[in-house]
Write a protein that binds this ligand. Structure first.
Ligand code: SGN
Ligand code: CA
Length: 527
């Protein structure tokens, strides 16, 4: 294991020292506790601190509290917009092709060091609860209590050291149970040691199942439609046309939108997802199922009677999708509040870094889509809020370009543990006042690989700087490659692909050069 500290343009020991002693009132070099809260598929559009019109109708006061006391990152990105790869980036501080986890399923190179191992060796108590979603055991943790695969919303199965490798079903709702286990770790920990806790929620992942008390929340609200809801992909290449993540064609009425009554009908009895839907209902207790049916049956019956078609049907689907998704967010927000209350009550707010993020962004109907995967903004961007203890400035925003490979170096720095030379990401601590240090990165590299696969988003890589984005799509043999270029200042919705236009020749050449440099410096082996 390489234990050299990064030097040069990256992180010098001097910066390390400043970074950790910058907080007013804190002891210099005191190792900080770390709480990393990461949801699954949570869009920045649905956190009210980000100010998007959807979130104004469904506020998130507890997550917003972290933003009002911390730094809200407006340009936080993932490297590969998919769960397992994103989690591998988090643990290793490496890009997907460096840590092996390019797609869902197998891949993680377990010889790569996880930051949890280094913290553990440095005397930290380490814990992870909720969604782990990697095909390796949690490495470097004293405590784990993790969900099976994607996890279930109702009565999910968890594995822990005490369960001897078996997954054991627990009665309750995933978001609440995950928080219960997080609090148990905090309660049972050795209070003389610093700690690092990863709280990884399943919600709001597909199929967006709200908890009992919020089943009819927002029922009478009409959520606004995104400007690109009817995008026809006119200026784009093949990839945007061929994907299978459209609300109109690919979102199912029974499994995704919970119209249980339709599963018996000739038209929908073989719809994709019906089996999963039946197993979701079967795992509920009678009480949970009764509450569910009582809440959904009246609106489902009304919907069936209306016999909606075309645009009316699409708009109904969108409203049902948003309501369920935002109901899941409501519980997340409550549970973030419960965790913060505990930290406050225990006097831990002054020596703990609290982070709120997601494993990637998500489409809330932009371009007519749900899901993620594409390098277009809504899935490339992830929410990121960091609350530093005793910060000099609170409630600030940061526009520096940051990425999910930066978490591991950040947490090592907070713990005064040297960052291995082999880690690619950079510690975010120098950004704690919202300002971008002079030698900060000017652009980011993105690479998506999971194709062919569900949702059929072609492989692509690309580079994004503060203003422009170049994407190179490549499929399988026989499929056309294509390039797209966007001017995010003039065209924030990315509907006008300007690749090949003469007035952008210089920009295109500059971004292409950067993309080539990334590929060669990082030894990228496919594109
Ligand atoms: C499941 C979902 C997909 C989703 C992937 C990846 N289908 O396969 O819609 O894209 O997970 O999601 S589901 O109906 O079975 O839920 S990820 O967040 O884990 O990357
Ligand atoms: Ca995810």
């Amino acid at each position: 294991m390489n234990r050299l500290v990064k030097t040069g343009a990256l992180l010098t020991p001097a910066i390390l020292l400043t970074a950790c002693s910058a907080s007013k009132g804190s002891e210099p070099n005191r190792p900080l506790n770390i709480v990393h809260i990461m949801t699954d598929d949570h869009s920045f559009q649905t956190i009210s601190a980000y100010g998007h019109p959807i979130s104004r109708l469904a506020p998130t006061p507890n997550i917003d509290r972290l933003a009002s006391e911390g730094v809200l990152f407006r340009k936080a990105f993932v490297e590969n917009s998919l769960s397992t790869p994103s989690r591998a980036c988090l643990m290793t501080g490496l890009y997907s092709h460096q840590n092996g986890q390019r797609r869902l399923g197998k891949g993680i190179d377990t010889t790569k060091v996880f930051f949890s191992e280094l913290l553990h060796e440095a005397g930290y108590q380490t814990g992870v609860v909720g969604k782990w979603h990697m095909q390796c055991e949690p490495k470097g943790f004293d405590f784990y209590h993790v969900l099976w695969d994607q996890g279930e919303y109702y009565n999910p199965e968890f594995k822990s050291p005490e369960s001897n490798g078996k997954y054991v079903k627990e009665e309750g709702y995933a978001t609440t149970l995950t928080t219960d286990h997080a609090l148990r770790f905090l309660e049972e920990r050795d209070k003389d040691k610093p700690f690092c806790l990863l709280v990884h929620h399943k919600a709001p992942h597909r199929n967006w199942m709200p908890e009992g008390k919020y089943l009819d929340l927002y029922e009478d609200v009409e959520f606004p439609y995104p400007e690109t809801f009817y995008d026809d992909y006119a200026t784009r290449g093949e990839a945007a046309h061929k994907q299978e993540m459209r609300i109109d064609d690919d979102m199912t009425l029974v499994y995704d939108l919970k119209v249980d009554e339709l599963k018996q009908t000739d038209e929908y009895k073989n719809e994709w997802g019906n089996k999963m839907w039946n197993s979701i209902l079967a795992r509920m207790t009678d009480e949970q199922r009764d509450a569910w049916m009582a809440a959904y049956t009246p609106s489902n019956e009304k919907f069936i009677k209306q016999n909606l078609k075309g645009d009316d049907l699409l708009r109904w689907k969108y409203q049902r999708y948003l309501k369920d998704y935002l109901r899941c967010i409501k519980t997340i927000d409550d549970e973030v509040g419960r965790l913060i209350d505990y930290l406050e009550k225990e006097g831990l707010m002054d020596n703990t870094i609290i982070v709120y993020t997601s494993d990637q962004g998500f489409y809330m109907g932009e371009h007519g889509w749900f899901d993620k995967r594409f390098m277009y903004e809504e899935s490339l961007r992830t929410p990121l809020i960091i609350r530093y203890p005793n910060a000099e400035k609170r409630g600030i925003t940061c526009d520096a370009l940051v990425q999910n490979i930066d978490y591991a170096p950040t947490y090592l720095t907070a713990a005064n543990v040297p960052i291995p030379e082999s880690m690619t990401g950079r510690a975010l601590i120098p950004l704690q006042n919202g300002e971008k240090p002079q030698n900060w990165r000017e652009d980011i590299y993105y690479h998506y690989y999971d194709y062919p696969a569900i949702h059929q988003v072609q492989r692509h890589d690309g580079v994004r700087d503060d203003r422009y984005k170049l994407i190179h799509f490549y499929g399988e043999k026989g499929e056309a490659n294509s390039n797209e270029l966007y001017d995010l200042q003039k065209d924030p919705n990315e509907v006008n692909n300007i690749y090949g236009q003469t007035e952008y020749a210089d920009v295109q050449a500059r971004l292409q050069k950067r993309l080539d440099q990334y590929r060669s410096n990082l030894n990228v082996d496919e594109f």
